[in-house]
Design a protein around this ligand. Structure first.
Ligand SMILES: Cc1cc2nc3c(=O)[nH]c(=O)nc-3n(C[C@H](O)[C@H](O)[C@H](O)COP(=O)(O)OP(=O)(O)OC[C@H]3O[C@@H](n4cnc5c(N)ncnc54)[C@H](O)[C@@H]3O)c2cc1C
Length: 419
């Protein structure tokens, strides 16, 4: 008989196992893969953005999917505890831009190894290549876990750490949702988040802008009245199917939400090439350029100012021939050009699918989980942690932070319940 069985050996399950072991429980960790931490090992481009050094209040703002649910969790275990946890295991972390923390070695595998070392040091029994079929309940209490090959393990508590449904070849195939439903939980609608945005506009489909990166611009998802629903500033890239890069990933969930809200397929998105300047300010600068270089073609007028591949696109939008001389640009055309710099609008028609997303939105409803313990409010002895929950953050270390911190709290409480 085990005190705690943890199902899933991603960051949340590894931390839950370590935590349950540290708090005195006899623990069994089950994972269907032949290796643990498969998604963790490819995270952050193989470098693992393991947490973020922001103040807690700000950290929560970067977790748009139920970040506020994590207040109590962070009171027990938070980003600073993650940093200390890895440093104690000999994995020093370094801070990069926007508070992102990576191992100094730049190796996600080191992070996985450190977690495994901790799990082993507290005598957790690890069964890999062991797929779980179901969690068994009796009279409102967890009693055991059934394996796909007919195995059965009795236990007092189960921690479900099976992750979401993104990148399924890493093992995250959404199995935990079913066991939660059987226990009486609601699964909120699943959707891809932190995923590239798609567009069927001819400008994108013609691949005219494919590979073009824009640095330090703003990207907004607009509502039907043309007002921004969300704006993110940073870098993005045009692809052969739409837009990608950090700010496109952050905006992606809002494209899906707008589609659902409005019933429209085509959702306007606007790029602001100069977020720190006003239209009037750009207009003045354009007038100055026209005065200084009246004999230049309008194309040459903008060279060095905006990416060259965008120049013909913008002129086409305001109906100006690219061979025109600068002197022949009217004031109204200059104004329209300035507006197009600030509001370069395209239409998104969705995102890549859930399997291609960095993160799964939706999951086990957080209202049915005790935020202090991660225990189920529907079934005694059942705990949840990580991406199986309806919690999702932006890229930048927030998702692994949520996984490790909820894992710590779930493991601790599952262990202490049995004492
Ligand atoms: C390419 C990529 C890069 C990322 N980079 C970052 C990053 O740098 N920073 C960041 O914060 N977030 C990043 N993320 C997101 C982050 O990796 C996830 O949010 C995190 O791994 C979720 O952890 P988890 O423990 O909840 O689930 P997972 O890591 O998905 O682990 C779930 C585990 O459960 C096991 N399992 C599932 N079903 C069963 C079953 N029936 N029986 C037994 N075992 C089962 C699986 O085999 C798997 O090992 C990235 C995601 C991707 C896809």
């Amino acid at each position: 008989m085990f005190d705690v069985i943890v199902i899933g050996g991603g960051p949340s399950g590894l931390m839950a196992s370590a935590s349950a072991g540290m708090h005195g429980a006899k623990v069994l960790l089950l994972d269907k893969g032949n290796k643990l931490g498969r998604k963790l090992a490819i995270s952050g481009g193989g470098r693992c953005n393991v947490t973020n050094n922001k103040e807690l209040a700000e950290l929560i703002q970067f977790i748009p999917g139920n970040g506020r649910f994590l207040h109590s969790v962070f009171a027990t275990f938070n980003n600073q505890d993650i940093i200390r946890f890895f440093e104690d295991l000999g994995i020093a972390l370094k801070e990069e831009d926007n508070g992102r923390m990576f191992p100094v070695s730049n190796s996600a595998k080191d992070v996985v190894q450190a977690l495994l070392q901790k799990v082993r040091s507290v005598n957790v029994q690890i069964n890999t290549d062991t797929a779980v079929k179901s969690v068994r309940y009796r009279d409102g209490i967890v009693v055991g876990v059934e394996g796909l090959n007919g195995e059965y393990w009795e236990c007092k508590s189960v921690v479900v750490a099976t992750g979401g449904k993104s990148v399924p070849h890493t093992g995250s195939t959404g199995d935990g949702y079913v066991w939660a439903e059987v226990a009486g939980h609601t699964i909120t609608e699943l959707f891809p988040t932190e995923v590239p945005i798609t567009s069927d506009e001819s400008l994108i489909q013609s691949k005219q802008l494919q590979g073009l990166s824009l640095r330090d611009v703003s990207l907004s998802v607009l509502n039907l009245k043309g007002k921004p629903v969300i704006t993110h500033r940073g870098d993005m890239i045009f692809t052969h199917f739409g837009f990608s890069g950090p700010i496109a990933l952050r905006c992606s969930q809002f494209v899906i939400k707008q589609q659902k809200k409005t019933g429209e397929l085509q959702i306007p998105v606007a790029i602001d090439l100069f977020p720190d300047r006003s239209i009037g300010n750009i207009e003045q600068e354009l007038q100055k350029l026209r005065k200084e270089h009246p004999k230049r073609s309008v194309t040459n007028l903008l060279k060095g100012w905006i990416p060259e591949r965008l120049i013909p696109v913008l002129y086409q939008r305001i109906g100006v021939d690219t061979d025109l001389l600068a002197a022949n640009l009217s004031n109204e055309q200059l104004r329209q050009l300035a507006i197009s710099f600030k509001q370069f609008t395209l239409h998104a028609n969705g995102t890549l699918p859930l399997e291609k997303a960095f993160v799964t939105g939706g999951g086990v409803h957080v209202k049915e989980v005790n935020p202090k313990t991660m225990g189920s409010k529907r079934m005694q002895g059942l705990y949840f942690c990580g991406e199986v929950l309806d919690i999702h953050g932006y890229t930048g270390g927030y998702n692994i932070t949520a996984a490790l911190c909820t894992g710590y709290v779930a493991g601790k409480n599952a262990a202490e319940k049995n004492q």
